[in-house]
Design a protein around this ligand. Sequence first.
Ligand code: PEP
Ligand code: MG
Length: 911
Amino acid sequence: MSKQQRIYRFGADEQGRDVTEGASSMNFVLGGKGANLAEMARIGLPVPPGFTITCQTCVEYSEAGNTWPEGVIDEIAAAEADLERRMGKRLGDPTDPLLVSVRSGAPFSMPGMMDTVLNLGLNDDSVQGLIAQTGNARFAWDSYRRFIQMFSDVVLGVDAELFENAITAKKLVAGVRNDSDLAAEDLEELVAEFKQIFSEHVSAAEHPELVVDGAVTFPTDPALQLRLAIQAVFGSWMNERAILYRKQNNIPDDLGTAVNVQVMVFGNKGETSATGVAFTRNPADGTKEFYGDFLVNAQGEDVVAGIRNTEPISDLKTVEGLQEAGAELERVFTILENHYRDMCDIEFTIEQGRLWMLQTRVGKRTATAALKIAIEMVGEGLITREEAVRRIDPGQLDQLLHPQFDANAELDILARGLNASPGAAVGEIVFSSDDAVARAAEGHPVVLVRWETNPDDLKGMVAAEGVLTSHGGKTSHAAVIARGMGTPCVCGVESFRIDAANKEVRVAGTDIVLHEGDIISIDGATGIVVQGAVPLVSAELTGDLETILTWADEVRLSEENGAPCHVRVNADNPADAQLALDFGAEAIGLCRTEHMFLGERKNIIQTYILSDDDAERQTALDELLRVQTEDFVQMLRTMTGRAMVIRLIDPPLHEFLDDPRALDVKIARLEAEGAAADEIAAAKARLRRIDAMTEANPMLGLRGVRLSVVYPDLPLMQVRAITTATAQLIKEGFDPKPEIMVPLVAITAEHVQTREVIEQVIAEVSEATGVALDIPVGTMLELPRACLVADEIARHAEFFCFGTNDLTQTTFGFSRDDAEAKFIPIYLHRKILKTNPFETIDDAVLELVRMAVEKGRAANPDMHFGVCGEHGGDPASIEKFFNVAGVDYVSCSPYRVPVARLAAAHAKLKR
Ligand code: PEP
Ligand code: MG
């Protein structure tokens, strides 16, 4: 077997010929950054030469307990020598040194999560070579001090603040405000101080390789610098924030990261040098415009960290000395878009007027932007409609259904910043990620307010409703991460003078001081910040979303490529039914009738359940019949021409009764207050009846079809209400299509006997009204036994609808009410479970569904099949229901309907 290639070259050789070995298709080998650097080099874009060490090498390194696999160090040395030959320069050369960057790059983008070292190769000798070559001592010493600072922090974990403090002290002594005002001599002194900090804070015992003459010394040998930096990047794959980010984004832990070693180019070589981050289109709203920020005379991390305020990319062409490179960059934007047929995100550096591309990838975008870009690219002929549909992540649509500020609210605007990630958020101010996590865990919505965020803030950003920063542009860390997560974000709110240590913000130009716990509202779509809580409203389906969903419907409802994939809704009142129709639901897949017994109707059903008096019970039942008939008239009228699956009453009856504990308290109070004896006796009698109905395991108790067997009056009243409403509507000229569903069936005979009485009522009402009624009766399959005997049940049913909530509960034996709070998080953490089975369908539960569909279809070819558990709105589950289990429809809550329509189209495209 030939040995796997571990290192791939990219860029030109000494004669300017391209010697790139990788390509964009090699994402899982070279990581996103390495694969795309190779691709850009291949298509002739200016990429500084270098090489990529594969992700598999990182995996080998991690698996070997962070030790080098055999031969790798020699291979790296050979690649380094090759790069030196190609460049005609050597690392560490005292006359004309080569400098390199060492960057991570995983198969999936993990912005800012892993480590980078720049300016590697500098030491006391080569810094002199850099001065000689550039004639710029200030630049050379600045590069050197940045290298020591980054290397110490990233590779050896020396506290970054120690270096920042030294810089601040130096500025005070020099009497200057900005880092860029420090002179070459100041920076040279800083280099000496930094080396001292390094010696004092790195442990000799842990790093014997750094001990020279008995003391820890900053490494001068470039080969050692390189090896340590690569080791650090490999190690950063398993750092805490990277692990958390992967968990958040469902990225597997076993992919590893590649390492890119690339010749340095400098954006900090004076006024004709610059560095920037840009998108080929606006990633926040999708507008076709160049979008991003740059900084003159700066290095890359200055832009992303938001340390200096940046300038918009559209101004680049107007800067003296940068015009040509600016125009070239715009040409590159077009080349990249045409090549990738998608919006790209890039990093570039201009070194003394010459443009270099440091990174590109398909850019992350908000849901709004994703829709606009996909639709416009269809218009531009770059992609097809199907591709446009495929490109929208159904999970991301949630963002569009995000709340917005109520347009009627009076906004007393406190400040404005950049609209970095859309959606509105209201919450208490917190100033640190730890506080965000703690306060959110107590159930308080929070807005994380920071000067800027860094990768360690991820947990706080996850916990917060929204994020506000006072610094940084739209490509700052906060903006990129928030957009990816769909969290509202306003950044660059410059009037916020944040004092995180004292937990307060002074708002410039006002005498307002905000403290921790004060409520603010932010709108990430407009950049507006308001003191206090602004009322929020949910969004509507309009414009681009409508267009994409219409295209998605064409795909999922087409007869080509297998059966159509239908989407229904779970709704039990006319308002939800109407909302669902507006959202594009085709029918009602589940009407939970017990929801119709809440509110003031609770009294009626309580009387029915608790009364000893038959006449009183009959009156209650008649009253329930009257109100239920009205409910069904309204809903069936709303749904005229469309199916409506109505489930007979399902939960244990005591769910409609008072809480016995509350009743106990009430009795004690009545006694203490000396209430009338008969009042106390009545309350006690009521308590006894409720106690008598209590079950040890109500979820496994007298509920579902069992109620129809033991207390048939209630479900039969419901059937009468359904049929009466149907007959009335038919007479009025409507086209009602009810389907009656029997819940929680386990045994065929349960279904058969219940069906018999249902049919009787239908026949009676038909005769009484003179209207012919053809109402299908189906079974809700939500117990493993029912799935096992699905063929038997199918002979007596027109349809099956899978209640995957109960089916998951009973297949696992996990209580759906408790498991998610009590132990599923631990199971996920321990990797006993990969996903929460109540969220995404478990494969074993799916197998029960698949088997029951197969058995049912074989026994009764005219049947139809659906899913109406919560999983019916989960994109990952939807794909499996259609493509693995072979159901005809999924049914979900109204707000999930747009997501399900798109996910159903994806399922169809995936076939
Ligand atoms: C189910 O069990 O999946 C279902 C839809 O029914 P319910 O959630 O009402 O028990
Ligand atoms: Mg159920």
